[in-house]
Design a protein around this ligand. Structure first.
Ligand SMILES: [Zn+2]
Length: 587
């Protein structure tokens, strides 16, 4: 090399430049590799966070398992099937946020820690006494049950192991447990808690249930057909394989896989998937980190049409260009496999759990050009360009798609037949909500307040209430699924029934709560207000039990006074019922 640099005639200069280019390429390459390696080997403190519970940790759900419309952002920690377990701060810090909501996380605490992480404790039954007092004071001040509070960093300083709450089942929880997350305080990205040293007792390999092959272009096919094909899967211990398939053109693969853990009956999400073609890695993703705001891409990560039909989730091993998920460490050609005639391909897929238990799938493919016998005939309607606003009108209705409601250009068909508005397109996930607008001219002014928009779904064409906004005759709903919509009326007020007190049994001295059952026939429970002697009192709403309850210890009662309890409950259309019961306090 030195001699080349010493004697630089023209030809050698050329070689010289080539060498320098090569060297700088290598420098750039290595610094990128170094950066990449640094990024993927991010250091997580493994002994910093303790346990949020004082019982052995066992999980009902793990990080990034696939849920309704989101990746599960934490661990669901079992609480021995009951509520009321002590919940502790897992490290020193301060409470930065407290929220109470009927749905979602229910009662939740966020603690910010000095090392830049935030821990989240959700579905709580109640907060520790000092926090509970602070929350209730604020609920009474705002006269609201649902509330979000951001205490000052000095208000609730906690030490590792401090009691912060009792575990519960509030919000969208389907059984008693603590939902626990570790996030980056700044970005709010959630991390896999197992990275921080939480025990993960798992020596069972993931299970694979399905492998599906997808032809991705007009010229591609699986076994001569342009429709997706489920491949027959044979299993030997943890090794799965399919029979050889014939294919042509660009194809993709998808798998349905879950994990099991030792000593539990639950199923969990898998941790890592790697796919290679003829020995060279093609696509890989790992659930270490969930970037805040990426949940809408979940439906681009799964076979969404199949999910809407049968409810099972196939994870796609190819990436649509509009899928912006950050979970991929490798996505060569977006995971798309180009099958050429006369060539053979061995696809190997490795499915891993956090403890590196593995299942492998091998799929032999032979490239073979055949006449395509079955074509996708999904594209009915008129073309729609995704990256601009689109509006469609019928006689009495209209549909407005703001730009990028759809992930990609598609075909759309908007029709009105009688009262029913159909919004049809090939089945696909939507990126955001769009507006369905009805002009309710055929209703009288007396009827109009009870009119609302419903979606019509299922074989029995059942109607489901859609939140309806009204401006005179114009009713609007913001929806996130395609399909049928119709105008309907809801004139029936909620049913409200006192459960443990009545006009005849109105001595509250021996009760700790006033319990009222609330149900609605159609639109669902909207607003409710409870007062005692005209003053607002806090009633908590447990929607899964159709229960409103007032904790009597929240108010001071005396023998001398008389009390009038009044509760008004409205459904979402505005029909309301009032319950009014005089109370006495005679110990
Ligand atoms: Zn959870």
């Amino acid at each position: 090399m030195i001699s080349i640099l010493e004697t630089c005639n023209f030809a050698r200069l050329f070689i010289c430049i080539k060498m320098i280019k090569r060297i700088s390429f290598l420098i750039i390459y290595f610094s990128f590799t170094f950066l990449f390696a640094q990024q993927s080997q991010k250091e997580y403190p493994r002994d910093y966070f303790g346990s949020p519970l004082d019982i052995p940790l066992s999980y009902a759900g793990n990080f990034c398992e696939l849920r309704g419309n989101h990746f599960h952002a934490g661990l669901d920690i079992k609480t021995d099937g009951k509520q009321g377990q002590n919940v502790y701060a897992t490290a020193d810090g301060y409470i930065s946020c407290i929220r109470v909501s009927t749905y979602g996380y229910g009662k939740v605490i966020y603690i910010d820690h000095p090392n830049g992480y935030t821990t989240v404790y959700a579905h709580l039954q109640k907060f520790a006494p000092e926090i509970e007092k602070y929350v209730k004071e604020n609920q009474y001040k705002a006269e609201k049950y649902e509330i979000e509070l951001q205490p000052k960093p000095t208000d609730f300083v906690v030490k590792k192991g401090d009691l912060i709450a009792l575990s519960g089942n509030t919000g969208g929880s389907a059984g008693p447990h603590v939902h626990y997350e570790i996030r980056d305080t700044h970005t709010q990205n959630a991390y896999n808690p197992f990275l921080f040293g939480y025990p993960c007792d798992d020596d069972i390999s993931p299970l694979v249930f399905k492998v599906i092959a997808y032809p991705l272009e007009d010229t591609s096919a699986i076994e001569g057909k342009q429709t997706k094909k489920e491949l027959y899967l044979a299993k030997e211990k943890t090794a799965y394989h399919t029979a050889k398939i014939y294919a042509q053109g660009k194809i993709g693969l998808g798998i349905q896989a879950i994990d099991k853990m030792t000593g539990t009956y639950n199923t969990y999400g898998i941790y890592k998937v790697t796919m290679s073609v003829n020995g060279s890695p093609k696509l890989s993703y790992t659930f270490d980190e969930l970037v805040s705001g990426e949940d809408p891409y979940l439906n681009t990560f799964i076979d969404y049409p199949l999910f809407t039909k049968v409810g099972s989730r196939i994870q796609l091993l190819y990436k649509e260009p509009y899928n912006k998920l950050s979970i991929y460490s490798l996505a060569q050609d977006n995971g798309v496999i180009d099958i050429e005639e006369g060539f053979t391909y061995l696809i190997e897929i490795e499915v891993e759990d956090f403890n590196h238990n593995k299942a492998t799938i091998t799929i032999p493919i032979e490239g073979k050009k055949e006449a395509i016998t079955e074509r996708n005939l999904e594209n009915k309607g008129i073309p729609l360009v995704a990256n601009r606003d689109n509006m469609y009108k019928t006689d009495q209705a209209s549909v407005f798609f703001p730009e990028n409601t759809f992930f990609h250009d598609t075909f759309i068909e908007v029709q009105q037949k009688g009262d029913t508005l159909s919004v049809n397109a090939p089945i696909q996930p939507l990126q955001k909500q769009y507006n369905v607008v009805f002009n309710a001219t055929k209703y009288t002014s007396e009827e109009l307040p009870y009119v609302c928009i419903a979606s019509v779904r299922g074989k029995k064409a059942k109607k489901y209430y859609q939140n309806t906004y009204r401006k005179g005759n114009i009713l609007t709903s913001r929806v996130k699924t395609l399909g049928k919509f119709v105008l309907t009326t809801d004139k029936q007020a909620p049913t409200v029934k006192a459960l443990n007190f009545s006009k005849a049994k109105n001595n509250i001295a021996k009760l700790d709560k006033l319990k009222v059952s609330v149900t609605d026939n159609f639109s669902g429970i909207g607003k409710y207000t409870a007062t005692i002697n005209g003053k607002w009192v806090l009633m908590e709403y447990e929607h899964k039990e159709n229960l409103l309850f007032f904790t009597l210890a929240d108010k001071y009662f005396t023998e001398e006074e008389e009390y009038l309890f009044e509760l008004t409950v409205a459904d979402k259309v505005g029909n309301q019922t009032t319950l009014s019961i005089p109370l006495v306090y005679k110990p």
